[in-house]
Design a protein around this ligand. Structure first.
Ligand code: CS2
Length: 481
């Protein structure tokens, strides 16, 4: 943030926002009349670009769905949005550009500073939904997708369930209080890119609750909804260029605006039941076939994103736009989608998967957005199992080739080697382990690949022992080397 710019101009707030320059869309409702009905864990850029945008629109017709945003660790969002009364600007940067002040976040809490305030929100009768964007690692799951009872946060929370640090710990303590008070549970809506996100979270929540009180676990099992969801909107991290652009367009300084493409999609399993917000009225798809949407998005968009990230960084590209403009990488992306991934998918009714894949490539060509490959490259150990390895497993079961699907995996290995050689740390919860593997590599193809595939939390044992898969990864590793 540039303090000069901040002080020389009016800052976005509840008082100043009506003075935004014409053309800036403003909250179309009275924020003083809004009630908090949603508690959200993890108010990072994606939440503010996506769910908070949908609730902002919903508040125009129903004031019960304001958001209490809870950061589980850092005070950054509270410190930026506090002086702005929770308001921030959403810039939609695309062939057409627009700016909108979002008003749906009414409160930002920093859980470690005031856990009791979070519990009070969770236990409030008006709270009907708990939503989450805590990234893959925030679910504290094992490689098999079960609650990781060896995870330090879970070990901590199981020993002190009334003073949790993890998202699952907070969800269970909130539900415990509601159970004790005779209130209905809230629905828990996972909004991260995990296959079967809601089911996994439900299983993890119940496993945790079992350890606290089996009666609570049974009550959650019978009464709480954990819909699976698919979320989609490309949301690069905020930078100073965006701050300047937002200030020029709106006339107001915003310490933490958000940028995204114009496209946005939210598909929610239709299990929220009576009393749920009318999400369909603001463009959310409620469906019984969330799996079809979710698999298609995770494997096509995110799978190819990760492929472009690792293969693109190895070729010296910085952004998705640059990578997809490289003819060899564009061909790789398209061939992966059409020849390898689509055959493993079952299209949801009405969705033409080839057209969907082309539309994704077109979104990657958005010239208004600088989406850094290095950002997408984060947390590869958490992302690749959902994005690529599920496809590999299905392709192997169908007897198909996995040569091209091995490319992103081999590219990830080379990316890790390159980062280690440059002395640059990788952002990944397994970073220490990954570095140890790289430092002990024997330096020949078979040995190197075997050492990487021995990462058992990333590669299930059966896959790591599959001769077709191993040979494909070795070939790709050699070609990229
Ligand atoms: C990206 C996603 O950072 C990443 O790993 O693949 O954040 C992607 O942009 C979103 O899932 C798009 O909906």
């Amino acid at each position: 943030m540039t303090t000069d710019t901040a002080s020389s101009s009016l800052r976005l707030s509840a008082v100043s926002y009506p003075a935004a320059l014409p053309g800036t869309a403003l909250p179309g409702y009275d924020r003083d009349k809004v009630e908090i009905g949603v508690v959200h864990f993890g108010p990072g850029a994606f939440h503010r670009a996506h769910q908070a945008f949908y609730f902002d629109r919903l508040l125009e017709s129903d004031p019960r769905w304001g958001i209490c945003a809870v950061s589980l660790k850092s005070p950054g969002v509270r410190d930026a949005l506090g002086p702005q009364d929770g308001l921030y600007t959403l810039a939609q940067l695309d062939r057409e550009t627009s700016f909108r002040v979002i008003g749906s976040i009414l409160e930002v809490l920093v859980a470690p500073e005031d856990p009791e305030a979070v519990f009070a929100r969770l236990a409030a009768p008006q709270t009907r939904l708990v939503t989450l964007t805590v990234t893959e690692k925030g679910y504290c799951l094992t490689g098999e997708g079960k609650l990781d009872t060896g995870h330090p946060d879970i070990v901590h929370d199981l020993a002190a369930p009334r003073g949790p640090v993890s998202a699952v710990g907070y969800i269970v303590e909130g539900l415990r209080r509601r159970f004790a008070a005779g209130l209905p549970p809230y629905a828990v809506v996972a909004c991260d890119n995990l296959a079967d996100n809601g089911w996994r979270l439900k299983a993890a929540t119940i496993a945790f609750a079992e350890a606290v009180d089996p009666a609570l676990a049974a009550w959650i099992e019978q009464n709480a909804a954990f819909p699976r969801t698919m979320v989609d909107s490309i949301t690069p991290a905020t930078d100073d260029a965006l701050r300047a652009r937002v200030q020029a367009a709106t006339g107001l300084f915003d310490a933490w605006p958000i940028q995204r493409e114009a496209f946005t999609q939210w598909v929610v399993e239709d299990v929220l039941g009576d009393g749920a917000p009318d999400l369909a009225s603001v463009g959310v798809t409620l469906t019984d076939d969330v799996r079809g949407f979710e698999r298609a998005k995770l494997r096509l968009l995110n799978g190819v994103h990760s492929t472009l990230a690792y293969a693109g960084l190895l070729k010296g590209h910085e952004t998705v736009f640059e990578a997809v403009g490289d003819p060899a990488l564009e061909t790789l992306a398209r061939d992966l989608m059409v020849q390898d991934i689509i055959p493993t998918l079952t299209a949801p009714r009405g969705l033409d998967l080839v057209a969907y894949a082309e539309a994704i490539l077109d979104r990657f060509r958005n010239p208004e957005i600088r989406h850094f490959l290095s950002q997408i490259a984060w947390d590869g150990s958490q992302k690749l199992p959902f994005r690529i390895l599920g496809t590999v497993k299905d392709a192997l079961e169908a007897g198909g080739p996995v040569d091209r699907l091995a490319v992103p995996i081999a590219a990830w290995f080379h990316f890790l080697k390159k980062r280690a050689a440059e002395g640059v740390a990788v952002t990944d919860p397994l970073a220490d382990r990954l570095l140890a593997v790289v430092q002990a590599l024997p330096g020949e193809v078979k040995g190197d690949v075997a050492a990487f595939l021995a990462l058992e939390t990333v590669f299930p044992a059966e896959l790591a022992a599959n001769a077709t898969f191993v040979a494909a990864v070795e070939t790709a590793y050699e070609e990229l080397g």
